[in-house]
Design a protein around this ligand. Sequence first.
Ligand code: ATP
Length: 601
Amino acid sequence: MHFGGIYEDETVGKVYDRRLMGRFIAYVLPYRRMLTTALLLLPLIAASKLAQPWIIKVAIDEHIVKGRMEGLPALAAAFLAIIFAESILMFAQVYLLQWVGQRVMYDIRVQLFSHIQRLSTRFFDQTPVGSLVSRLTSDIEVLGEMFAAGIVTVVGDILVLAGIVGIMLWMNVRLSLVTFSVLPVLIWVAFAFRKWMRLAFRQVRARQANLSAFLAESIGGMAVVQLFNRERDEAKEFRRLNASYVEANLPVITWDAALYAVVESLSSVAVALIIWYGGGEIVKGTLSFGSLVAFIQYIEKFFSPIRDLSAKYSIMQGAMASLERIFALLDNEDREPAVLPASEAAKGTPQACQASPAQALQSICFNDIWFAYKDRDYVLKGFSLQMKRGEKVALVGETGGGKTTVTRLLSRLYDVERGSITIDGTDIRELPLPVLRRRIGVVLQDPYLFSGTIAYNISLGDPEALKRVEQAAAVVGADRFIRELKNGYDEEVRERGVNFSAGERQLISFARAVAFNPEILVLDEATASVDTASERLIQQGLEGLMQGRTTLVVAHRLSTIRDADRIVVIHHGEKAEEGTHAELMAAQGLYYRLYQLQFKD
Ligand SMILES: Nc1ncnc2c1ncn2[C@@H]1O[C@H](COP(=O)(O)OP(=O)(O)OP(=O)(O)O)[C@@H](O)[C@H]1O
């Protein structure tokens, strides 16, 4: 069983949090005119709701009972007109609110996405992608529900409720009090049921999360599942999770159905009370027939917002929890590294390259750098290296030694903890990130391709790079296989480049680096081996790629190592040996042993 059942628990938040709401309102403010218009419609809608039973009362008492037909058609027409006006007003109000809701959701999504783009590599190391995606999708969707479910119109509901209570009391105090005797039961039922439902709903959310996590893993790893004949076990595990999801849903369905039934019966009880007590009042002559009918209609109008109120309560609670999570992400200050003032950057850093200041101005220099991904767990311990312009330096060493880490520090995916890295004498922390990253081209160990065309994947949509696509492909020799494709540079790349071989993906990523024409190249060679024909292609590609550029390469290929001007052996985060292939072989040290073990064919 590959599934551990880890899920994100749904937080049951407060129904109303002033601090969160205050922040949220800032997003609504730009649309205040639309919102105010919608709110201004509320009293009108409430009035038209309240007027309908009243018109019926007048029709019965003043016309039907008295046998006076004149004026009746006018009343009927007024009744129709009010219903028509109510539906138009309702349409306008729902439309306006949803419109505001959609705009607010759009704005928050945009802000959240650009915030996420500025977060540090360290943040992404620690945060599951799935949870970020759900912040941007389902959490924001819940905010939309707040508008759709008419939370804003609670004000309108309260107006209607208060209006009905007022009119009923005014018509007949005693009959009103008898009718309202069901209210405490109704309110208790509505809120108690919602509470039980909410608890049951948490289970549903948790099991749904389990189900999606399992599906994501299982479908993502389908090739492994099929190759190792694990289909039957996977299906069994899926059936188990699926059944437990259904099982969690049952209490929710039960409570929901029960709530509906109980509210319906209570409203019938109220109607029965009106007929029983009101009937007696009519006989005694203290209540008119029309009032009795109006009472029944009012009580029906009274029940529906109360039934909705408890549902709105749950939606508010969900929305508060979502706001909490969205704002927590927006408040995350784990930003990409900032630009430091020159004085600060240089403070206390030993200048390993200062021995030859003239060279420092033409080189990349790692000065005694220390770095840990976590706490004091140092991956690099006092690593120093100087590279001259145009030089090719190969980093070699056993796996996990810290080679990739050196390249990540140079492009500032992470910042050094102690020591410094300078390019042409300037600490890289003094350079704005876009400036630094324009100078450095990076080829990752596992090339990442996006869905889109090959031309897009090489240029990533950059207009300058787009002009150089074909030339770049030719430099690394990718043009040969691209030209053979049916659509050439317009051939579609599917998600993560699944429709290309590992070698082809490598060549596309080489072309991408060339298209951006960087002066410094950082290359993390893929460890995966490819067949001899592809190997030759990649080797030629690499030569084209490195031509005329200062290159730092984490080398896994013998050919790359041999072509390097200098080889640096990293062992346990420190530079163990340095020199040319011949020198290091002659020394018969670490490199010699590595060569015997790894590189010698
Ligand atoms: N994002 C990360 N978070 C935490 N630890 C990491 C992270 N990346 C790498 N490490 C750890 O840092 C150490 C050095 O990793 P690095 O990738 O630099 O090694 P390497 O020499 O490039 O290995 P390889 O040749 O296998 O690519 C390893 O022990 C690894 O577990």
